[in-house]
Ligand binder design. Structure first.
Ligand code: PHE
Length: 339
């Protein structure tokens, strides 16, 4: 019945059900298709009477289907436009990115500061022989400084004992052996000592400085350290105090303190309410210069060494050295190292 079919079409709730109605009526074995086929078996008079009605029925049904299809498609589009709208005011999803570790960042900062002062970067091995780490630095075998360094020994040959370098000072030796003065280098890198608490880790970072030339004095040393510390802490009120000290490889030797003061309940570098030690330094010992094959009557200079991790802690207000090497991303984030 024509009206029943048309009603079903206009009531079809979705495109799937509408298509089932199309198959049922206009499909290969559909009811209207069957009517059209039956025309062939009719006598001429009946056919003339029936054909226009059947064709009209087919037109009406296919027209109704097309109309309903359009309506359903339009409704579907409206629904998608309503629900799939892009909200441009929402924050964009965060894509995690790697970032530089504070220690690497501080090493880069230091290299840049010293590059401006004319220092090149020198390197040496982390597995070092006993001669470069100790003997050439005027620390003979029986010297108590060997015990003080809490050295990690590496299995090696009898004649050439190997250690994990306990400081970056052996790079002084390697540089003087391989370069002609004048020399101006820094040597940043990893060093190792068998020690572990809140302010010591078995691996940490030092930066060494070495200047060898004619007529170098402690005045040059002090100016260099002051200029470097002002640039690193980004403050003009950096005050240094050189305390007489002892290192086997420098003479005279000085430990360098930097003044601190309280700001917003926190101890910061700058001013001079108190002192804290930041560096070891001195004039390179003539025996060290001679051990490298240079004439100590012609060449002299200064050297200094400091802990990079400690400098990072002071600059960024960190309190536990071990956290540097835990790899905890929350810690990085807390100190503003974004990634
Ligand atoms: N190598 C010394 C240390 O590790 C530091 C230092 C370097 C002192 C150069 C004087 C000169 O403690």
């Amino acid at each position: 019945d024509r009206q029943a079919i048309i009603d079903r079409i206009s009531a079809a709730p979705d495109l799937g059900q509408l298509d089932s109605i199309r198959v049922e009526t206009l499909g290969k074995s559909g009811s209207i298709t069957a009517l059209l086929k039956s025309l062939g078996g009719m006598d001429a008079d009946t056919r003339t009477a029936e054909a226009p009605k059947i064709h009209a029925l087919r037109e009406a049904v296919s027209g109704a289907i097309a109309e309903r299809k359009e309506a359903l498609e339009a409704a579907e589009l409206d629904r998608r436009l309503a629900t799939e709208r892009v909200d441009l005011s929402l924050p964009a999803p965060e894509h995690p990115r790697g970032s530089i570790h504070p220690v690497s960042q501080v090493m880069d900062e230091l290299a840049e500061i010293f590059a401006d002062l004319g220092f090149a970067v020198a390197e040496g091995p982390e597995i070092e022989d006993d001669w470069h780490n100790f003997t050439a630095l005027n620390i003979p075998e029986t010297h108590p400084a060997r015990a003080m360094h809490d050295t990690f020994y590496v299995a090696g040959e009898q004649e050439r004992p190997m250690v994990l370098r306990t400081h970056t000072s052996p790079v002084q030796i390697r540089t003087m052996q391989s370069q002609q003065p004048p020399i101006r280098v820094i040597a940043p890198g990893r060093v190792y000592r068998s020690d572990s608490d809140a302010t010591h880790t078995p691996m940490f970072h030092q930066i060494e400085g070495l200047v060898i030339d004619r007529n170098i004095t402690m005045g040059h040393l002090k100016w260099t350290l002051e200029t470097f510390l002002k640039a690193f802490f980004e403050r003009e009120d950096i005050v240094l105090r050189l305390r007489p000290s002892y290192f086997p490889f420098t003479e005279p030797s000085a430990e360098v303190d930097v003044g601190w003061s309280m700001e917003k309940g926190r101890r910061v570098v700058g001013g001079s309410e108190g002192w804290m030690e930041v560096l070891g330094s001195g004039m390179v010992h003539p025996r060290v210069i001679a051990a490298c094959g240079l004439d100590p009557d012609e060449w002299q200079g200064f050297a200094f060494g400091t802990g990079v991790d400690r400098l990072a802690m002071l600059k960024y207000g960190m309190d536990d050295l071990r956290a540097f090497f835990d790899g905890d991303l929350r810690w990085m984030k807390h100190y503003g190292f974004r990634f």
